[in-house]
Ligand binder design. Structure first.
Ligand SMILES: Nc1ncnc2c1ncn2[C@@H]1O[C@H](COP(=O)(O)OP(=O)(O)OP(=O)(O)O)[C@@H](O)[C@H]1O
Length: 238
């Protein structure tokens, strides 16, 4: 597989089994995400966007199909192995921030590196660096409930990028923010992408999906279209 491919999915299916009905949420999704891309997953409510992102993020597994991240075959991995691959290769940003209230900003951002068992000085340097990238270095000792929603999302983004992951997944990052803070978070994601981060984002907001390099359109669990706005080469020139 090419070194430039971060995500490769072939014929991914996901079925949810309820007590009475089965939902076929993903019905044969195949796609590649390339290093350095900013991709938006779009489509109407219920089309499978979040399901696709959770499978990409190894928070859930597909019912069928093949998924490689950074050349690692994820089919057949158990929960612990999936967690390990996620921790090494993926950063995840949630709509509701998902910060731990009892921990400081610093401790929240340090978590992925603590899980990797890195040394404390290396953790400190990486956390400060990540907080500087998102403009939150002046709030290291605050708790999440002492900072605004927009600031919490910045801290969540710092936590996602602190381990220098191959892929950052972002699920409705502006959904709980007002326009001003939403725009600022979007600008931050675009800056991080310009510095090299590969980002896949789910959003309802067409103003934000229009800013991605490529849009992948889902409908009823299938990819029904793609819109390429710019290539990586064009971005390097820009
Ligand atoms: N845990 C689950 N159990 C059962 N059905 C589920 C589960 N998660 C999602 N679904 C179903 O799978 C389909 C796709 O849902 P998904 O949340 O991925 O859509 P979405 O495009 O992200 O929607 P939205 O834009 O409203 O967030 C829907 O029909 C949903 O009801």
């Amino acid at each position: 597989m090419s070194n430039d491919i971060v995500v490769s999915m072939q014929d991914i299916h996901k079925k949810f089994l309820g007590t009475e009905i089965e939902t076929h949420a993903l019905q044969g999704v195949s796609l590649n995400i390339y290093k350095g891309e900013f991709v938006a997953i779009t489509g109407p409510s219920g089309c499978g966007k979040s399901t696709l992102l959770t499978i990409m993020g190894l928070l859930d597994s597909a019912s069928d199909g093949n998924y490689f991240i950074s050349d690692i075959e994820t089919r057949g991995l158990n929960v612990d192995q999936r967690t390990q691959v996620r921790n090494q290769h993926i950063g995840y940003v949630f709509q509701s921030f998902n910060l731990i209230d009892s921990m400081t900003v610093f401790e929240n951002v340090a978590l992925p590196l603590e899980h990797r068992g890195e040394k404390s000085q290396a953790i400190k340097n990486a956390v400060i660096d990540a907080l500087e990238k998102v403009g939150m270095q002046h709030r290291t000792n605050y708790k999440p409930n002492q900072i605004s929603g927009g600031q919490q999302q910045r801290v969540a983004i710092a936590r996602a990028l602190v381990g220098n992951p191959d892929l950052i997944l972002v699920d409705e990052p502006t959904g709980n923010l007002d326009t001003k803070n939403g725009d600022a978070v979007m600008k931050l994601l675009m800056d991080l992408n310009k510095q090299g981060s590969t980002i896949v984002m789910v959003t309802h907001d067409t103003r934000y999906s229009a800013l991605a390099d490529r849009q992948i359109q889902l409908l009823d669990g299938k990819v029904v279209g793609e819109k390429q706005v710019r290539s990586n080469d064009e971005k390097e020139v820009a």
